[in-house]
Ligand binder design. Sequence first.
Ligand code: GLN
Length: 476
Amino acid sequence: MSLLTQSLSQLQLQLRNRQLSPQELVHALCDAIEAGNEAIGAYLSWDREDALRQAAAADVNLPLGGLPIGIKDNIQVLGQPCTCASRMLEHYRAPYDAGATTRLREAGAIALGRLNMDEFAMGSSTENSALGQTRNPRDLRRIPGGSSGGSAAAVAGSLALAALGSDTGGSIRQPAALCGCVGLKPTYGRISRYGLVAFASSLDQIGPLTRTTADCALLLNHLCGHDPRDSTSLEASSEDFTRHLNTGVRGLRIGMPAEYFIDGIHPGVRQAVDRAIAKLSELGAEIVPVRLPHTEVAVSTYYIIAPAEASANLARFDGVRFGHRSARAQDLMEHYQFTRQEGFGDEVKRRILLGTYVLSSGYYDAYYLKAQRARSLIRQDFQQAFEKVDCIVSPTTPQPAHLLGALKDDPLAAYLEDIFTIPANLAGLPALSLPCGEVIPQPGEPALPVGLQLIGKPMDEARLLQISAALEQALA
Ligand code: GLN
């Protein structure tokens, strides 16, 4: 088996037995990236020498000792680029480590490579990157999903062993589903947001993208934990997430929300998801119908709250303190105007305009306040459903990966694709996507992965991983 398709725990064993050195692993990965990145475009940058320095210092007896992890380009790693795939930060280097980066380092991991994304994490195809196109390793004509498209493509294309992504409305789970890997968005507050470039602070969470459920649990073990530098970080947030990986699903109650099994889902996606649910039932879980009646307002609610927060967060890119500064400006107004005009791409500008509008006086109550009320109703829907069930199951996305460019001029159609992933962010709940089958879009074309989403109660990641592991084994 090739080195780069093995699981983190397999590699960990070889590192500890000295059958493999961290330097060999870094070389193997950098060779693979140099050979494969031109086609896939998962990485925006990588630094072999820096990774080798980290490898030389790595203690293989630490939990992630000597294992290189790829990092989305909006999570800071001291001294490395952190562009957010934006012209605005094209030449910016991180002045400190993010909380998640510190955790990885403390566990002995090596931070290797900066992964492409939609600019400032706004998008679901990675086509909004200002710095390069990422392609789906399963079919290079197709999108990898987004915004953590580089992370998912690197993991699925064997250019990374595992990666970090961020998820504001689906940006870990959706690309994981479209590329065929496991992606988990933890409960809001589980993983520190310190050093994650903010998009929508009440929704953003960092999380892992991996090839297996066990790898996901292993990484999560070392990413979680309280961080006083993030005021929303939860107190008791670390635990052993691997503890239920072999428990099975017998006796668990799994909810099937009617609102997530609707017209408009690709028939191949529906079939793969139905089969996975039948498998869960065969394995001894009880499938229970549930209702989440406010699902229909989730997308519109998100596209008010997320742009509102983004417009405030992105105000800091004023050409004074960070990144790009226009050379054309003659006075202060032009300085702001040209800097932001040149630095931001179209989607980012669209979000800032939307966000500024919904927060403006006269419209605030009609949009922002109303969206906050809708958000509470969506949260209550889940609370009620979780009185009856342990977990909720759904497709991760209504469609498999589309062709590059297919939705580029139709942002509204792209927004609607987030319908199944957004509610978990609005409610702050943990959610995971795992591969559950394939669909062949046209006869003779490559098969595309389908993702199954599991949404859990707050802090119930271990349960999601338990179900994911059982299903992964049963579908293998
Ligand atoms: N696709 C959604 C958006 O464009 C979600 C992005 C994300 O989770 N970062 O906002």
